[in-house]
Ligand binder design. Structure first.
Ligand code: NAD
Length: 377
């Protein structure tokens, strides 16, 4: 039977041998950085993933609560710029003061042997620098979607994490949702025949005009970065192919709330190598838009809601798919523990490369909006 040490060795050697090109990585090398070895001392000595939460905002709160039901995950550190949050969260989740960091002290997390991974749940524009800082500290990186502002940043993060010998995972919670996985299984086994069409509708009415999601510098765009990315990602795991082209059109009705560079609504189309097409809508202007529909020569699947916090509802031409609701973030975190500690392979990938594929498509969609042309991915 292979031991954890064998696994860790298998894990780190190929990573260290990988070609490494991006500028951030070169900077890392020039700075005299030596990649911390992932040894058993930096990985849980029990079967539990010890996680630091970074951000302590709305979604982080949901993740923290969900982790309380995880047999294999424990919150062992916190990172926030707000001392009051560090104190109250620290008390609530029994994180000692010595494991509470702010953004200036977080480098010290490298010496904290009670932390295996840091889950970055900050505004999109901070993900890249946060991730690089954590990788430099020798901890595995879990980062929320979108993994970065664009593909260039995403690639830098991947290269940096490889160089540092740490894993980079993206918080794609739908990749662990049982009904979604059942549809993917059915499609893989040919139950829907040849897939020719996918529709993805992703939207909600956004509130407070002052929030970071409506600030291009922090969000990187508008609805596409935040919610449209679910339709992009969903099209890929539902159809089971990578798109080769996109076309896109933007519509804006509120020019005060949605400033230059912050998209309110984008309709986009994607073409896949098999000839399948996807027709999608991303919007911050309408509620009741959370639906995936896929049609093939032998059958169809519908997820509605498809990506909300659940329960997800799924039906196919064969009837309803009935599985009990699970808290997405609980399952996601437990599965991430298995990926990081046991080397388990997820059914749908959720590593940095997966996040990068989505960002390449986002970049292409924004280019298609700007140019009005069909853009190759
Ligand atoms: P939020 O505004 O509720 O929380 C963001 C946190 O980051 C706050 O605690 C804030 O204090 C902190 N922060 C640190 N530096 C900041 C800065 N310079 N400016 C503003 N805030 C700063 O946002 P959220 O809804 O928790 O979203 C955080 C991330 O999580 C985003 O990337 C978002 O896309 C992602 N998210 C994912 C899901 C999901 O279902 N996977 C759901 C919601 C949000």
């Amino acid at each position: 039977m292979s031991t954890r040490r064998d696994f860790i060795q298998k894990l780190s050697l190929p990573l260290m041998a990988m070609p490494f090109a991006a500028s951030a990585a070169n900077e890392l090398e020039k700075s005299g950085f030596t990649a911390p070895k992932i040894t058993p001392s930096t990985v849980a000595d029990g079967p539990v993933l010890r996680v630091a939460l970074m951000g302590l905002g709305g979604y982080c709160n949901m993740v923290a609560k969900a982790i309380q039901a995880c047999p294999r995950v424990k919150i062992t550190a916190l990172v926030s710029g707000t001392p009051a949050k560090l104190a109250s969260w620290g008390e609530k989740y029994q994180v000692p003061e010595s494991s509470r960091y702010n953004y200036s002290t977080v480098d010290q997390i490298k010496d904290n042997m009670e932390v295996d991974a840091v889950y970055i749940i900050t505004p999109n524009a901070l993900h890249k620098d946060n991730a690089i800082q954590i990788a430099r500290a020798g901890k595995h990186v879990i980062v929320e979607k979108p993994m970065a502002l664009n593909a260039k940043e995403g690639k830098e993060m991947i290269d940096y994490c490889k160089k540092a010998g740490v894993h980079l995972l993206v918080g794609y919670r739908m990749h662990f949702e049982p009904k979604t996985l059942e549809v993917v299984r059915m499609r893989r086994e040919g139950e829907f025949g040849k897939i020719l069409f996918f529709q993805g509708l992703s939207g909600f009415v956004i509130g407070d005009p002052k929030q970071w999601r409506l600030n291009k510098a922090l969000a990187g765009g508008g609805s596409m970065m935040d919610i449209g990315i679910y339709s992009i990602n969903g099209a890929r795991y539902m159809v089971g192919e990578e798109p080769i082209w996109v076309t896109a059109q933007e519509t804006k009705t509120d020019f005060v709330k949605f400033k230059e560079g912050v998209d309110e609504t984008i309709q986009f189309q994607m073409g896949f190598p098999s000839g399948a097409v996807a027709s999608c809508l991303s919007t911050y202007a309408l509620n009741n838009l959370d639906r995936f529909f896929m049609d093939g020569t032998k059958g169809f699947a519908e997820l509605k809601p498809a990506t909300g916090y659940g329960p997800i509802m799924a039906r196919t031409n064969k009837g309803e798919i009935e599985f009990p609701h699970v808290t997405h973030q609980t399952v996601q975190m437990d599965e991430m523990a298995k990926i990081l500690l046991d080397g388990k392979q997820p059914i749908i990938p959720m590593d940095g490369e997966e996040g990068l594929r989505d960002l390449r498509i986002v970049d292409a969609i924004y280019e298609a909006v700007r140019t009005g042309k069909k853009v190759k991915v």
